[in-house]
Design a protein around this ligand. Structure first.
Ligand code: GTB
Length: 222
């Protein structure tokens, strides 16, 4: 059975790969597994049929037979555990790769999301500038540490893993902020991730939705 995921019918990022179906698509592409996409509108996401799959009324979800998952991180982890290519076989290396997945989603990403919240929802507040500066300082502090750890390595722990996939995806959210410009190795790391054929296929598939095609139509066109 081919798993089905959900994605925005109309993504606010206009197909720039920032919505969270992107890491799931990328994971499927890395392990060369087909997947189907069901597009959902903002209103459908809040209805009980979708909330049965995703209690918070969000995308992405994952359905494979009886199994329903939500949250992009666990979905990527499940794909990585089911298929070779995203997690090392050796137990300690595998545990470290999973650690980087959590680091991406629970340490690096939350502050980046706070920056977006501050920018889009709090800009009219009298304390906005001070808060924004503090949030950017916290992002830089995380990036200082990440950059030091990556050094001149290609990936976070020897070979590419689901940890890199999620970390690159999280860092992509800083595109346009100028923050990554101060971290040459991290900017190169992100470009290295984006240059992977699997990333490109995933990106094109979600961009095709914005361009008014379903991903299956895009595949037929190819
Ligand atoms: N922790 C969950 C996960 O990782 O799966 C978060 C899921 C989530 O935030 N989903 C968002 C959603 O469904 C879409 S991705 N939002 C609808 C809602 O909450 O009503 C977040 C997102 C949306 C848009 C942009 N953008 O336009 O740049 C970037 C990221």
């Amino acid at each position: 059975m081919i798993p089905t995921i959900t994605a925005f019918e109309e993504s606010p990022d206009r197909g720039q790969g920032l919505a969270r179906d992107m890491p799931v698509r990328w994971a499927f592409e890395e392990v060369s597994q087909p997947y189907e996409v069901r597009l959902v509108s903002f209103s459908a996401m809040k209805e009980s049929a979708h909330r049965t799959l995703q209690p918070f009324g969000q995308i992405p979800t994952y359905e494979d037979g009886d199994l329903v998952l939500f949250e992009s991180g666990p979905i990527v982890l499940h794909i990585a555990e089911q298929h070779a290519g995203l997690l090392p076989n050796e137990a300690n290396a595998r545990a470290r790769a999973i650690t980087w997945m959590f680091a991406a989603l629970s340490t690096v990403e939350p502050v980046i999301v706070q920056r977006e919240v501050s920018m889009y929802l709090e800009s009219d507040q009298p304390w906005h500038e001070e808060r924004f500066r503090l949030v950017e300082d916290r992002i830089r502090s995380n990036l200082d540490a990440l950059s030091a750890r990556l050094g001149d390595g290609e990936w976070l722990d020897r070979s590419f893993s689901a940890g890199d996939l999620l970390m690159v995806q999280v860092l992509c959210r800083l595109s346009g902020s100028g923050i990554l410009d101060s971290y040459l190795n991290l900017a190169t790391y992100v470009r290295r991730g984006e240059a992977r054929p699997a990333f490109k296929r995933a990106f094109e598939a979600q961009l095709a939705v914005f361009a008014g095609k379903s991903s299956s139509q895009a595949e037929n066109d190819a």
